[in-house]
Design a protein around this ligand. Sequence first.
Ligand code: DHK
Length: 181
Amino acid sequence: MATPRPPGNPAWAQDAVVGPARARVLGARAMDRPLIAVLNGPNMNMLGLRQPELYGSTTLDDVEQLCADVADELGLAIDFRQTNGEGEIVTWVQECRGRAAGIVINPAGYTNTSIALMDALLATDLPVLEVHITNIHRREEFRHRSFVSLAATGVICGLGVAGYALALRAMAGLLRNGDDV
Ligand code: DHK
């Protein structure tokens, strides 16, 4: 049975050891790899417990492990985080400047409400890939409009947690080739 993951508030990258995958990903070899921030918004710590008929039974720790494995394969490092706070995710996005090479973000409920998050993403000047586990366009109308999409290079939704892995692969392509993934 999945247990909810406590919302995280780690310090950036090497300072922190949070989540099962971080120690390995941020090991010695990771230091010279491009760092991708993988940020998750509110209630994503409940993955595996919340509405499994929609979001599945995979936990956020499982998603972190998936991202760590794919990042390793791609020669990327990740800093994987989740928060229930709007200000905190805005601050994390601001802190990506000069630290991260790109951002993969599942903004969850802030997708449709947070102009502050959109503004922060626009200010980073980094490639941003927006991920949703579910197809937000097949759900309630209020989920269709994403402020984050206005700041995103690309959007992946409706493909389950595999969307995170796909986003990391696309990010590797963007970093390698510019616009062409
Ligand atoms: C997750 C949430 O928490 C919702 O607020 C979004 C998104 C959809 C997801 O599919 O990952 O509407």
